[in-house]
Design a protein around this ligand. Structure first.
Ligand code: ADA
Length: 555
């Protein structure tokens, strides 16, 4: 996606680290990478505090400027010449800042990245989350300059994929001086539409038809390059013709039932924290392809644009979810939470919805979905997601379902399943409780309970299942934490899921080992979540081959 007049600001910035954010430092004695995580560097390893990043900007009085910072972990403040322009909470959605008009010459941009915890005052960044919350400017930064028009959002509805009819919605800004803006659309370089749109409307809708349409799917990721020229702005995005919907108990992609063969992936790397280089995104997708996956769930926050662009291009369906993890009833119902979730969802959908690879929107991973008090919040957030994007299914991963306990039947306590398009279950039979040799039986108890409660009238997927396996720990009998145990548990559970008609697929927990929160040392050896089928450097464990082989079977 490119604008005319984009200046990429990535590279090496001046840097200063402070314990708090009481004042912007006068001296920047160090250097830091943008994108990057300051707390993965040897000097600031694991430090919590505020990283200040400085960069000179050259501005011209006859242009307007929008700064796009694609992600700052976790609280950001943006200053120009010492004046605070914007604060933002939440690491994984972009911060868009319009610079004051009329500025000329050299100016000083400072962005602070604060990785300290503040309880529910910063609900998208909490100590109990099961991942390490790195700090820094974690995603690219660019400065867009414009005069007549600036395209701010693009959303293509391709539900009429068969006929090739596309409904394109554009949001834009424009200068007061122009009344009408010329709009031109290019498909793979050829002009397919030309019109004038009123400049003050800030929004327009255009329909066009693609001749001899070729649908997009993970197996055949046919893409068109859609160029949009509005006034003096130009953007190019991936356009893929596809529809994903549910019908009864099936998930349909372009009218064909699909089974989900997926993994859960954190956008995290032992060396780079959240700031993965493009190479790492490509490697991860290639590894998923080798695993015979058609789906990846991005746990538990929106991914970077670079990753989604690659999933569009290489063919991978993606579950994108708003930042959340295991909030209890009190936290779920807190007004600060609601506001933070609204912002995160709005930014997540506005920024990402044009990607054909996105299969569904998720929210509230393992939160209080058994609680009547939380019901209005679930309703509001589902409503918001559907308003912002009526074209994609909505789901959340629930763990308010139990089947693992010894000698007790499966129980379903979740009361929110009616709100979503498909039901997603996180469950760990044979790991947190239960045994290796009865984990399939436990899942069978769960399937029975779903059917008897008539919850089988919509699709059901297992959104997480897995076991820890520590590299180097091999044992002649499969005992917990051994690589053999991990392999056998995945074989037993996945084979059951594959053959039980209730289930529409599975996402293995998880793609690779990740460093976890410093507060989770007691139940997480090495301070890692070790359930990866690859280790944190993406070296395969025996479970990788096992999953690869199971996903090769018929689903
Ligand atoms: C949960 C959670 C994951 C991870 C997993 C585990 O299901 O959604 O983020 O913490 O448990 O490893 O226990």
């Amino acid at each position: 996606m490119s604008h005319y007049g984009v200046l990429k600001l990535d590279g090496i910035w001046d840097f200063a680290f402070c314990e708090d954010d009481s004042k912007v430092p006068g001296i920047f004695p160090a250097k830091a990478a943008v994108p990057g995580c300051f707390d993965t560097t040897p000097e600031l390893w694991s430090r919590r505090g505020v990283g200040y990043y400085r960069k000179p900007l050259e501005l011209s009085r006859d242009r307007r400027y929008r700064l796009i910072i694609e992600g700052v972990a976790h609280n950001a403040k943006v200053y120009l010449d010492g004046n605070l322009l914007r604060e933002h909470h939440g690491a994984f959605t972009p911060i868009e800042v319009d610079l004051p008009p009329g500025l000329d010459g050299m100016h000083e941009l400072v962005i602070s990245a604060d990785n300290r915890f503040a309880g529910l005052d910063r609900p998208l960044h909490m100590t109990h989350f099961d991942w390490y919350s790195y700090g820094g400017i974690i995603r690219p930064v660019s400065l867009i300059s414009w005069k007549d028009a600036l395209i701010t959002n693009i959303f293509a509805d391709t539900r009429q994929w068969k006929s090739g009819d596309v409904v394109l919605n554009l949001d834009y800004l424009s200068s007061d001086e122009v009344k009408e803006l010329p709009l031109k659309l290019l498909l793979d370089g050829d002009e397919i539409h030309g019109s004038q749109v009123p400049s003050q409307a800030a929004r327009c809708q255009v329909t066009f038809t693609i001749p001899k349409p070729k649908p997009w799917s993970p197996e055949e990721p046919n893409l068109y390059r859609l160029g949009i020229e509005l006034g003096d702005d130009f953007r190019e995005v991936n356009l893929g013709l596809r529809e994903i919907r549910t019908d009864g108990s099936q998930i349909l992609l372009n009218d064909k039932p699909i089974s989900i063969r997926g993994v859960n992936r954190h956008e995290s790397h032992v060396e780079f924290g959240f700031a993965l280089p493009h190479q790492s995104h490509i490697n991860d997708i290639q590894l998923m392809k080798k695993l015979n996956c058609n789906f990846v769930r991005i746990s538990h926050y929106p991914p970077s644009k670079a990753f989604l662009d690659l999933c569009d291009q290489l063919g991978m369906l993606v579950w994108v979810e708003a930042t959340s993890w295991g909030y209890d009833e009190k936290a779920t119902a807190d007004p600060r939470m609601l506001q933070a979730q609204r912002n995160c969802i709005t930014e997540m959908i506005g920024w990402n919805s044009h990607h054909p690879c996105i299969a569904c929107w998720g929210f509230f991973n393992e939160c209080a979905s058994e609680s009547p008090a939380a019901r209005p919040i679930y309703e509001e957030l589902v409503g918001l997601i559907r308003r912002l994007d009526p074209t994609r299914p909505v789901t959340f991963a629930s763990n308010r379902i139990y089947c693992e306990e010894q000698n007790s039947p499966a129980t379903i306590q979740d009361i929110m399943f009616d709100l979503v398009d498909w039901i997603s279950i996180n469950i760990y039979p044979g790991w947190y409780s239960g045994e290796l040799d009865n984990c399939a039986e436990k899942l069978a108890g769960l399937a029975k309970e779903f059917k008897s409660r008539k919850l089988d009238n919509k699709p059901v997927i297992i959104s997480e299942i897995g076991a820890g396996g520590i590299v180097g720990f091999e044992h002649y009998t499969p005992i917990r934490w051994s690589l053999e145990y991990q392999c056998e548990l995945l074989e037993n559970t996945m084979e059951y899921i594959r053959t039980e008609p209730l289930f529409n697929g599975v996402c293995v927990w998880q793609f690779c080992d990740i460093r976890t929160s410093e507060y989770r040392w007691a139940d997480r050896p090495r301070n890692y979540n070790n359930k990866g089928i690859l280790d944190e450097y993406r070296r395969p464990k025996p479970a990788f081959r096992k999953v690869q082989e199971i996903f090769r079977r018929e689903w």
